[in-house]
Ligand binder design. Sequence first.
Ligand SMILES: Nc1ncnc2c1ncn2[C@@H]1O[C@H](COP(=O)(O)OP(=O)(O)OP(=O)(O)O)[C@@H](O)[C@H]1O
Ligand SMILES: O=C(O)[C@H](O)COP(=O)(O)O
Length: 395
Amino acid sequence: MKTLNDFNFKDKKALIRVDFNVPLNEKFEVTDATRIVSAKPTIIKVLEDGGSCILMSHLGRPKGVEEKYSLKHIVNKIEDILGVEVKFVEDCVGPKAEEAAANLQPGEILLLENLRFHPEETAGDKAFAEQLSKLGDIYVNDAFGTAHRAHASTTIIAQFFPDHKCFGKLLAQEIESINKVMQTGEKPVLAVLGGAKVSSKITIIENILDKVDHLIIGGGMTYTFVKAQGGSVGDSICEDDKMELALEILKQAKAKNVQIHLPVDVIAANDFANDADTKIVDVNAIPDGWQGLDCGPKSNAIFHDVVMQCKTILWNGPLGVFEMENFAGGTIALGNSIAEATKNGAFSLVGGGDSVAAVKQFGFENKVSYVSTGGGAMLESLEGKTLPGIAAILD
Ligand SMILES: Nc1ncnc2c1ncn2[C@@H]1O[C@H](COP(=O)(O)OP(=O)(O)OP(=O)(O)O)[C@@H](O)[C@H]1O
Ligand SMILES: O=C(O)[C@H](O)COP(=O)(O)O
């Protein structure tokens, strides 16, 4: 396994895949910079060797070029954190990117525009990966948060650097920490799955059923399961085409003796806004025109009891729309429960862009055992398979 220390970057251009998919507010300000701070040791090592850094990342899930997902919004934040000027080029491939990369001098940093402005990125297109590869001398993957994606910049690109590819410091550290949990995770094991990426994460549940004893399903994940069982979810986020899978998961969990805990009550709102009217309703009786945006008090109490029984706790995805004060209660309650369990000796691992933002915002960062930059990546690691971004470096 080649790491950063296996290379001297003097006069070399390091092409570094970072995961700067950070949460932004409506003014495009970074609300949690953990993923940028975490990449700093890798970037500094390259600069200290006398090399230069070409940083590439995605931001959000844009459909083509969408201004709100431009990485230009985070240039100042990166500069603040690194204390070095960051040059920005408004494309990640083509003449402009090639010229900016060619002109880069030792000690300098160049940030490329959002990779996902080109659909070839997520398609894992080989020609696009080859174009990217031309920009640097050594490929460094430091994007743990995106290591579960077989995309052009995370996986396919590695084949163009057969002898010049390595893990960044963050990725190496994350692999080590997750391996430790996998090997020593004491039972009962609990996974808490919330958030809003229903379709991409529901498929992971099936694969981690063999590893857990309890599963709390909350946040936006809730409603596909509730509707699949005949409940009324009003306007809550729901993936109808995943309802069959949700039923299958419930069936499999029963067969495998995994206890699934869904919210029993929710805070429903008549608008996706902090000042919306709200009411507490049973999870399966949300009226039309209303949407579940947080767990209710009965659910929080049930989840507390489950958390306190468990010795290993993995958490990805907030239990409500915590960015809005009125819907942060479930996430805070869960954070408190996990902090208490950790104090009592449980091992707790929290991961994901927004989950980490929540943990920091509510002061739980030092009350959990480990904070990972990866959400989906952390969950997929738990399946026990080598993530594509990691496998591509090991090849
Ligand atoms: N009931 C809900 N309805 C709508 N959105 C919700 C609900 N509950 C939580 N969310 C939203 O889920 C988002 C976070 O989900 P996500 O799955 O992206 O988690 P994450 O920690 O960022 O993980 P990853 O790093 O894999 O993206 C938050 O912005 C939060 O507002
Ligand atoms: O936030 C994440 O989990 C990573 O940046 C990956 O994002 P994605 O789920 O849009 O691929």
